[in-house]
Design a protein around this ligand. Structure first.
Ligand code: I22
Ligand code: ZN
Length: 638
């Protein structure tokens, strides 16, 4: 069976400019999902309405992803509320295209209710199954903006029919799932919860001072950022009202508002802008509120990074991608306790949740973060870790792949797009490096100091691991027992426990593989020595047993782990857990950290409080260094 799928997104094209009234999260969702599915080996066609005469019928957008422009209604931009009348035409045009292709689609994935309607019609005609993500539900929208809702009245009825016909339904967050089952009585067995995501190449921590400089924002003072579409339901008025309250305690706090239909110079044409501007003038804080207008996607990360806190207080929000992007840039979020935001923001850890339309609560929580540097730092680290663990588009596509596979029996193609694969692996490695720099620096410094102190006291280091990690343990001992960057020093006592093939094979063969390292720790280890364990899973039995033995002997255990740290994390005294679930990326980071530790040990050899005598080992090192003409030691013994 083919692995070609169709994403249907009638009004939201990945090619469209973001930030306008009708383009936002769904454009990103469709584009990023397609991109990641392509790297999993899928061929993806995205079907979207032609809203411009000159658009080519097909655009080869990315390797493995085409955008197909479907004729439905006039070829001009139309508000999405007016599109339903053209959906029969959309289905007919799309059907003709589908029939003309040399392959059969494995499934359709519809986005938004009108695309769901198209998929439902095509399922009847072509017997191709469909998955649907609603992105927003009519009944929820009606609850919050009944008076301004301009969608056709049959929307909710059509949504119910789509839910009955769909083969699988994607809920974006627990609230969405509850709305589907409680408001529409959707069959819970069809629903899978898969959140939205962000892309770590696009959104990552950036130095705040640098970001402010690039954007020409004040270098000092607190910045609150509001970023997203400028429509009433986003609750930007609440944010402005909260600033007026906040300014009583924090007069240097200012609000930067990014987004809208227009660029900064033309914002006056935007009715919602005029309303919000007026509000800030009435409240007497116009000078502290700047409206930046629509920005290119590449610029957004600088805004997130320039801010001290990101706020998002919509009345309701099906998911809300901007809080994820802010967190990925290391900016804590104060968000409304609604929809997907209450799921993505970990209350009290990565930011705070407040009721919507409540400026006082918003001011209180924003103030808490702005006034407390330690809290902000801790939220920054937790935000970065949380989003990268739970909310990347790559992870979203992997979860989607599991759902799709129910409709196609075949395994992933052995070779997808190799070029894309290679590039993605580099980017993933770069992301892992960046994240590790954010979260591991303290633990690495601590480990380096511990190793230095151990050698200075005349202690030794034992190191072990399996497979690739066994090789790294040898790499580590070779650098220190041999030489790294410091010329002509004595060897340091580091023993890799994977080196003695005769012992390892005999003990595994005759006794028990799980004991091969513990046996050696018992024989070599002394109180004050250190055991360094490398394990990507943290669950290898021989590693765990070695750690138990080391602890019994009064040794310290430094671990280099990955994933969730496994059982080893609870046993280690210093744990360096790589923020990645990919074994290769973890191992690559381990090697980098081994090199850092070696550098730190060599630097530490010469650092000693003035007046303190060197250990016998260190004296030897210093003597040999001097003999060899190296006199640059900072505190060499007199
Ligand atoms: O190098 C690799 C994978 O990249 C393998 O050799 C890998 O190290 C082995 O499967 C190990 O046995 C895995 O053990 P661990 O990292 O979970 O402790
Ligand atoms: Zn490997």
């Amino acid at each position: 069976m083919s692995r070609t799928i169709a994403l249907i997104s009638e009004h939201a094209s990945p090619l469209a400019v973001l930030g306008g009234v009708d383009s936002g999260g769904q454009n990103i969702y469709v584009g990023e999902l397609a991109r990641q599915l392509a790297s999993l080996g899928y061929s993806v066609d995205i079907f979207t309405r032609r809203d411009e005469v000159k658009l080519p019928a097909e655009v080869h957008w990315l390797s493995g992803v085409r955008v197909v422009h479907v004729d439905a209604g006039p070829a001009e931009p139309l508000p999405k509320e007016e599109l339903f009348q053209y959906m029969d035409e959309f289905a007919a045009s799309m059907e003709a295209f589908v029939q003309s292709q040399p392959y059969r689609y494995m499934l359709f994935h519809a986005n938004f209710w009108m695309s769901g309607y198209v998929a439902m019609l095509l399922k009847e005609r072509l017997a191709i199954p469909f998955v649907v993500t609603f992105h927003a539900l009519g009944k929820v929208r009606l609850m919050h903006q009944r008076e301004t809702d301009r969608f056709p009245s049959e929307r909710c009825e059509v949504e119910t029919q789509i839910m009955q016909s769909a083969d699988a339904i994607i809920a974006e967050c627990p609230q969405d799932e509850a709305d589907l089952t409680e408001l529409y009585r959707a069959d819970a067995r069809k629903i899978t919860m898969i959140p939205c995501g962000f892309s770590p190449h696009e959104f990552h921590p950036i130095d705040q001072a640098y970001a402010r400089m690039l954007l020409d924002l004040p270098a000092t003072g607190k910045i609150i950022l509001q970023l997203g579409r400028m429509v009433p339901r986003k609750g930007i008025d609440t944010v402005i009202e909260s600033l007026a309250l906040l300014q009583k305690n924090l007069p240097d706090a200012r609000l930067v508002i990014v987004g809208g239909e227009y660029e900064k110079a033309h914002l006056h044409a935007d009715q919602e802008y005029r309303r919000l501007r007026k509000l800030s003038e009435t409240l007497g804080i116009a000078d502290a509120v700047s409206f930046e207008g629509r920005k290119n996607r590449e610029q957004l990360k600088y805004y997130y990074a320039a801010a001290d806190v990101f706020v998002s207080t919509p009345w309701y929000e099906p998911f809300g991608i901007t809080p994820l992007e802010a967190m990925a840039c290391g900016t804590p979020v104060v968000g409304a306790n609604v929809g997907g935001i209450q799921y993505s923001v970990a209350n009290g850890k990565t930011g705070f949740l407040v009721p919507p339309k409540d400026p006082e609560a918003l001011a209180r929580k924003t103030g808490l973060i702005l006034k407390n540097n330690d809290l902000r730092r801790s939220m920054r680290q937790k935000s970065i870790a949380r989003v990268n663990e739970c909310f990347t588009w790559k992870r979203v596509a992997e979860q989607m792949d599991v759902v799709y596979r129910r409709f196609g029996s075949q395994q992933p193609e052995a070779v997808g797009d190799n070029r894309q694969f290679v590039r993605d692996a580099f980017y993933e490695a770069a992301d892992t490096f960046r994240l590790s720099a954010e979260s591991l620096t303290d633990a690495i410094l601590h480990a380096g100091d511990t190793l230095s102190a151990t050698f200075k006291k005349g202690g030794k280091v034992l190191v072990c691991g399996n497979g690739g990690s066994a090789a790294e343990s040898l790499h580590f001992s070779a650098e220190l027992l041999g030489r790294f960057e410091m010329p002509k020093r004595e060897g340091l006592p580091v023993i890799s426990l994977v080196a003695d093939t005769a012992m390892l094979t005999a003990w595994s063969n005759d006794e028990c593989f799980a004991d091969v390292f513990a046996r050696q720790v018992a024989a070599y280890g002394r109180p004050g020595d250190v055991l360094v364990c490398l394990s990507t899973s943290g669950n290898s039995a021989n590693i765990l047993k070695a750690m138990d033995k080391a602890k019994q002997l009064g040794m310290e255990c430094i671990t280099l782990l990955g994933k969730d740290g496994g059982q080893a994390k609870a046993k280690g005294s210093i744990n360096i857990v790589i923020p990645s679930s990919n074994t290769q990326r973890i191992q690559e980071m381990h090697l980098h950290i081994i090199h850092l530790l070696c550098s730190m040990v060599e630097r530490g050899l010469t650092d000693r409080p003035a007046g303190q005598r060197a250990s016998p080992l260190l004296q030897n090192i210093e003597i040999s260094a001097r003999k060899n003409g190296k006199t640059s030691h900072k505190h060499a013994a007199p």
